[in-house]
Design a protein around this ligand. Structure first.
Ligand code: 5AD
Ligand code: SF4
Length: 440
């Protein structure tokens, strides 16, 4: 490859989960610290980072078509870096198939992005897909500016090995970031403007650490320590695994006033046969009992979940069990997916492929119920008075958008500013948002 001038501008495009959004922000901070400028349009950027997701569907094919679309009308291409989970899983193949890609960097190695970009501008092609995550965080620059809501990755990787999932292979083994580092990063985010922090991890409630006193703590202890940061108003966390939902965390939903009444707790299926084949380590009934305990601690909690339809061998009766668990829980919101065979996962080798049309039909049924329950949850909120954290302006003049404690989008028209926590009466509800009226 010929040498080229070092990039002055960059664009990071993140796909997939919130952890990728966090990683994308950290990569942008790294490149900014090197003197490069972020631009909104990828068409004008000297360096484009595609921060990819490998969790479902034809993720890999999408990456190749995105790479192809980076070619400009005059035939030139920017310096292209492929990051994220597709880079981790298929780095060598990307390098072989896409000659225009100059850098492949996995999710645990992106602290090396600047040096890799520098080497690539001298003509080489660079790959880094090593797995230890601790080194990455230590090498990232201090956080500075933040919007009113911020993400903070506290835990990465997964040891659960659900049989359909690539995460244990792309993100590696579970690691917890050190308590002191997290407190420091949270303080920096709050100093930079954050009023709400969402703690991120593939299994965020598996986080463990040691408080400054030397006491062993879990996520509840971390949330308690974060709650002492005066200007931090709200703490959220995602994604949780039912097996790691301990008593202390459930109690924290009653005791920690900054911990928001929202819990994303995926169950995936309502059938015990399917849950076992998924290696989920919980039954449908065990999950419902757990939900009862969470609701006993925090009766108004908004519940969210993930569902997979069409797992290999899923029968009509087993699918009906999934509909039944949706009815039993009454989610405030949830995500649902058609099963997608991921290369290298045990489920990809299982018998009983469910036809695409059946999957479509099951997905539509699940989504109908979730939409029904989401609207019901929003309608049940009418009459509540709550705080809304203002995130941005709405489409109408004078209108503001923010989130309720239950993570609903609320709009209202009044004097306000981004980052304000304002008292609002919830007055009318749609499926995706709520109209509010500022109190006073
Ligand atoms: N097929 C479909 N959905 C999947 N998920 C993870 N792997 C797959 C797959 N192979 C879903 C699960 C998980 C969410 C992040 O993505 O529901 O909770
Ligand atoms: Fe994937 Fe299961 Fe780990 Fe979640 S708990 S990341 S679904 S293996």
């Amino acid at each position: 490859m010929p040498a080229q001038t070092p990039p002055r501008t960059f664009h990071v495009k993140s796909f997939g989960c919130q952890m990728n959004v966090y990683d994308g922000e950290r990569m942008a901070e790294l490149l900014t610290a090197e003197g490069m400028t972020a631009v909104d349009a990828r068409e004008t950027a000297d360096l484009v980072v595609l921060n990819t997701c490998h969790i479902r569907e034809k993720a890999t094919e999408k990456v190749y078509s995105d790479i192809g679309r980076l070619r400009r009308d005059d035939g030139t291409v920017p310096l292209i870096a492929v990051a994220g989970c597709v880079a981790q899983a298929e780095g060598a193949e990307i390098m072989a198939r896409a000659p225009s890609v100059r850098v492949v960097v996995g999710p645990q190695a992106y602290h090396r992005l600047p040096e890799m970009v520098a080497a690539a501008t001298k003509g080489s092609r660079e790959t880094a897909t090593d797995m230890p995550a601790e080194a990455k965080f230590a090498a990232l620059p201090q956080r500075r500016k933040s919007g009113p809501t911020a993400f903070l990755t506290i835990q990465e990787g997964c040891d659960k090995f659900c049989t359909y999932c690539v995460v244990p292979y792309t993100r590696g083994a579970e690691i917890s970031r050190a308590f002191v580092d997290l407190i420091e990063e949270a303080r920096a985010l709050v100093d930079g403007g954050a009023r709400e922090i969402t703690l991120l991890g593939q299994n965020v409630n598996a986080w463990t650490g040691e408080a400054t006193t030397g006491r062993a703590i879990g996520l509840a202890g971390l949330a308690e320590a974060l709650a002492t940061i005066p200007d931090l108003a709200r703490i959220r966390y995602t994604t949780s695994h039912p097996a790691d939902m301990d008593d202390a965390l459930i109690a924290a939903h009653a005791d920690n006033p900054k911990l928001m009444p929202f819990l994303h707790l995926p169950v995936q299926s309502g059938s015990d046969r399917v849950l076992k084949a998924m290696n989920r380590s919980h039954s449908a009934d065990g999950y419902l009992k757990l939900i009862d305990r969470v609701r006993a601690a925090r009766p108004d909690i908004a519940l969210s979940g993930d569902f997979i339809v069409g797992f290999p061998g899923e029968t009509e009766a087993e699918f009906a069990d999934t509909l039944a668990i949706i009815d039993a829980v009454g989610y405030a919101q949830a995500y649902s997916f058609k099963y997608s065979a991921r290369p290298g996962t045990p489920a990809a080798l299982m018998d009983g492929h469910v036809p695409a049309t059946v999957m479509e039909d099951r997905l539509a049924q699940v989504q109908d119920r979730i939409n029904r329950d989401q609207l019901a949850f929003n309608q049940a909120s009418i009459g509540r008075r709550c705080q809304v954290l203002v995130e941005r302006r709405g489409r109408q003049p004078g209108q503001w958008l923010g989130k309720s404690p239950w993570l609903q989008s609320v709009h209202f028209s009044d004097e306000a500013a981004i980052g304000d926590l304002v008292e609002v009466d919830l007055i009318s509800a749609g499926p995706n948002s709520i109209a509010g009226q500022r109190v006073g």
